[in-house]
Design a protein around this ligand. Structure first.
Ligand code: FAD
Length: 298
């Protein structure tokens, strides 16, 4: 099987890769294979032969919203290679490969004098993960500027979704529930002054640095924002700031985050999540829904 994969041009294949090195939580056992297509062609070829390999698989981006299993994953993790550069198209549009990191895309747009992505400067995901999760901040989401998304299905079939077909909602898209690899996105931006966009980005960066535990491993906000509330505020008001199970700790800087305070396991994080959900439900009758995903959740 590995021979078939090694024959694909521009596909990096690695064995027994630690999932903790692939996720910002720094948690998880090893996956059997990591496949990193560096080009759309390599991704299509990989997806074409995928059904013939007879192995479980999971899509991953930059692992910044993912809690990986302690037991590892006896299958193939498919992660579009990071790097590359977005491409400016006619009419203030930008095409970008799924593996590009969202902050790099935001910086590219700024440098090109294109507005609409300043909010994204501090979201540490890949474009593929960002599209799946419809990542957003400060009242804007990537889906707002998404003109189309190209993805590839197992078997190699390509499918392009127009923005309105992507089912973007709050941390939602059709891709979260589809067996597909997001390959690239085309974004429709508006002309803007790089100085103004840059100032906006610096302001967002300062706000994040002041309020989020950026120096500790985490997967960002653990819970979605419940209607009429802020998850972090509910967790704080429930007296859970600093609450710890094993190495998993409710951040003292931002109670909406769980941080890996040292040696945290998936089991620690799941136990802490359940404890938070139970406590908040008992105290405030609000049910907190998880935002973070398990590896390859669909
Ligand atoms: C410090 C910090 C701050 C954060 N701030 C924010 C914020 O302000 N706003 C926000 O929305 N999020 C935030 N996040 C969460 C996270 O960065 C976003 O959800 C991001 O969009 C996830 O992208 P990713 O590439 O890391 O996805 P991953 O965690 O790798 O994957 C997430 C989901 O997408 C799927 N997926 C990933 N790539 C592909 C692909 N190419 N094809 C098909 N499926 C794919 C995975 O299977 C998984 O289901 C933050 C996280 C951290 C650690």
């Amino acid at each position: 099987m590995i021979e078939a994969l090694n024959e694909i041009k521009n596909l990096r294949v690695l064995e027994n890769v630690s999932l903790s090195s692939l996720t910002t939580f720094r948690i998880g056992g090893s996956c059997r294979l990591l496949c990193e297509p560096e080009t759309a062609e390599a991704a299509i070829e990989l997806m074409r032969i995928l059904p013939t390999l007879g192995m479980p698989y999971a899509m991953l981006g930059n692992g910044s919203n993912t809690l990986a299993p302690d037991a590892g994953f006896d299958g193939i993790v498919i992660r579009p290679a990071q790097g590359g550069r977005p491409e400016r198209l006619f009419g203030n549009r930008v095409r970008v490969f799924a593996g590009n990191l969202v902050p790099n895309l935001a910086a590219f747009a700024r440098d090109e004098g294109l507005a609409g992505l300043a909010f994204a400067q501090g979201i540490p995901g890949s474009v593929g993960g960002g599209i799946c999760m419809n990542c957003g901040a400060y009242g804007a989401n990537i889906g707002d500027v998404c003109e189309s998304v190209m993805c590839v299905l197992p078997g190699g079939l390509l499918r392009t979704f127009r923005g309105e077909e992507c089912g973007f909602g709050y941390r939602e898209s059709v891709f979260r529930h589809m067996d597909c690899l997001v390959l690239e996105a085309t974004l429709a931006l508006t002309p803007g002054d790089p100085e103004v966009i840059g100032a906006e980005m610096r302001d967002y960066a300062a706000r994040r640095a002041a309020s989020q535990p950026l120096s500790m491993p985490s997967a960002g906000s653990v819970f979605k924002r419940p209607v009429g509330h802020f998850a972090g505020k509910l967790v704080e008001d429930a007296g859970l700031k600093g609450c710890r199970i094993g190495g998993a700790e409710v951040s003292v800087k931002h109670a909406g985050f769980i941080v890996n305070a040292g040696g945290a396991t998936e089991a620690d994080v799941l136990a802490l999540i359940s404890h938070i959900q139970r406590t908040v439900e008992e105290k405030f009758s609000v049910s907190l829904e998880r935002e973070i995903c398990g590896l390859g959740d669909r």
